[in-house]
Design a binder for this molecule. Sequence first.
Ligand code: ATP
Ligand code: MG
Length: 432
Amino acid sequence: MPIRNKLKSEPCAIVRKLVESGYEAYIVGGAVRDLLLGREPKDYDIATSASPEEIRAVFGRRNSRIIGRRFRLTHVFFKKDIYEVSTFRRCPTEDERRGREDDRDGMIWRDNEFGTLEEDAARRDFTVNAMYYDVIGDRGVIDFSGGQKDLKRKVVWAIGDPVQRFTEDPVRMLRAVKLCGQFDFHLSREVSKALKAMREKITLASSSRLFEELLKILCSSKAELVLSRLQAYGLLEYIWPVMSQSWEESEGVLARQLLSIRDREVSAGNLGNSRGLALATPCLPFLMSALNPQDMTAFWKRDANTDATAEKAIRLIFDGYALPKFFANRIRNICYLVPRLLARPVSPRALSHIEYRHARALVAMLVEIFSWNDNILAVLPEINVAVPPLPAQSEDAIDDADAGVIPAIPHKRRRRRPRGTRKPSAASSQGA
Ligand code: ATP
Ligand code: MG
């Protein structure tokens, strides 16, 4: 399958610049996998022999930045996008890992030993994710571990011993199941056995990384399929307990119905990949029952009591995660708008709300699920949201911009502390 013609030009230009500067560089990971499957990659990762400092020297300090501690990599800003450029890694030796305080119980918390191309391939998670594409030279797909064969067989095969690889980094279990949901793959016998034996170890992973993966899953166009596989493999109960426990209950069933319609619409290009909508979609049924168990179409009177109940419900849905306040506000604002769009007449303020198109998308999903009268949608003008998927960073920027315009939930204004005075510390307030 020739993929050269399908590659986006920007990542190729980054690879070219690195090679012209005397380094090895390739497209790697998910992008190669997706292109071989005939899909358009959601993002491109680049691997190179250049160290993070050398990458910065090639692209200039203004166009790049080094990020991460556990895994240092370089962001290269190119045109309007950001590309992750990682330096070839190798597995740390036993000697190197001895004495590291944070590498407990076989887990690898830092992964910053640089190596060769072949060593880099050996420390990637699965064979289908460990292929490189040589954009500049004539090597084509570089595949040390049989990834192409596994892609054809639709199997998730670990690189090395799955028990050891899952011990080093339990998030790999989640990534294995995600591949199954995304591409209808199955786990190899060894991977499946290791996962069944070790699934509760997923809780050893940091909650911020798990939330990041959960968010990526929800934002994808396969959220419902991936969550179903996570539930079937017994991982969801650790990653998203509320969803797992409500799986067969009315909230869980409705959340899955909503997600599968949202997935379909995102795949068809009818909905953009807004994080606000991705989070609000599965939350809506839970908020509905928290706020008004009798009638889900009833208008939720917005007062301090409702706000507090909604806030508590959202916190409970993402129990165990430090859900950023900004996301919590967006979920609440989108869900609050739904009954306002169902009320007649619809208030002009609701129609011009910054989250209108997302709330309208939810109303359209409800109309489909409950076979409500199509007239409900007729008075809600459609806004064309067929936008190309945005890279994570630029969507953050949009999300942040949105946040400023969302009508604020009534809250007490904080009084400014006069300059030069400091908030009393916990110690001093205790009289220390
Ligand atoms: P997606 O389509 O979700 O971006 P991806 O496979 O590209 O899928 P990324 O998180 O972008 O996922 O990671 C890029 C590549 O880095 C992977 O394809 C894999 O080779 C490697 N990788 C990512 N996470 C791990 C991990 N926990 N352990 C080993 N290798 C990893
Ligand atoms: Mg990727």
